[in-house]
Design a protein around this ligand. Sequence first.
Ligand code: NAP
Length: 351
Amino acid sequence: MNKKMYKVGVLGATGMVGQRMIALLDNHPWFTVTALAASEQSAGKSYADAATWQLDTPVPSWAASMIVQKSAPPLDCDFVLSGLDNAVAGEIEEQFAAAGYPVISNAKNHRMAADVPLLIPEVNAAHLDVIDRQRKNRGWNKGFIVTNPNCSTIGLVCALKPLQEAFGITKVLVTTMQAISGAGYPGVASLDILDNVVPFIKGEEEKVETETRKLLGGFDGERFIDAEIAVSAQCNRVHVRDGHLECVSVEFSEQAEPEAVIRAWRSFAPETTKLGLPSIPDPFIIYKEEENRPQPRRDRDAGWGMAVTVGRLRRCPILHYKFVVLSHNTIRGAAGAAIADAELLAAKGLL
Ligand code: NAP
């Protein structure tokens, strides 16, 4: 459907999320990488010299020889994907939007802004309608900012959306077991995480609680209206490299049999999956019957890291049901999510 090849710039290209973006953009059918940018420390070096490559697949050769640029406009590209550190993302992403670039951000800085979409293509594509308002509010002609949710929130919300549509949701309790790569590179010190679980990730519980309500809420043409769902999160860092596992309990508005809950996941077919976006697997939610799944090492790569795997559905003696959900934090929870957002924007003619 997309005849045009879009030129993409990657900000924060040397980081954990940036590296995943580069790997996922290798041979992408709609996007070709024409600019890589990071901090002043990396600018001027070849990408191979600037990045401490963390993935098991080699650095694509086209990227290895590219010279890293400063993260400032102009860059030779149609839009930018940002994997910038939170400390600098806010200001730099605004500079790019003001200079006319669509920006798709992984950082927390703009996620909860009243005129910025927090997007999961299969969940709330209609929130993109706020872009006109954003441009008007900020005096931007062509540029705009779209954000990805937090990496734990994405898996959780993908699992909740079909249940919200089928039965309504009133309460959610979630306990996360989050992978080390979620903290970036070099991230958590080995002496803190080896043989250990750290029951605190700064700001994470607040993000899961607030972002879930925005994502599952509506947009009435003027403002976002949060879903009326009470969400309580407890977040833990565990000794796993990639893949966030989450134990979830939910209360529904309506009674449901277990078969109907599983059917809701398996039959969920949002409009977006019909657009044929290259990064969205069909199905994107997988329900596993085995009593000991999902597991990070075995299930995180399902659907090339973009599927969300659910399992262990049981009745809950306190709320209605409990289950386990797993998603790959740097793919579905970050780099792949940003690329899928860009694909949706391209399919809607917004790039
Ligand atoms: P990271 O590995 O620490 O990478 C940070 C990137 O930001 C690097 O490319 C770094 O470039 C660049 N940077 C740092 N200071 C800069 C400056 N002053 N000017 C320009 N660039 C600068 O972090 P990450 O894990 O990839 O995370 C990136 C963003 O995605 C963060 O906002 C994070 O919260 C979010 N996120 C991460 C995950 C995950 O699973 N890791 C999931 C969801 C969202 P240099 O190498 O040159 O310093």
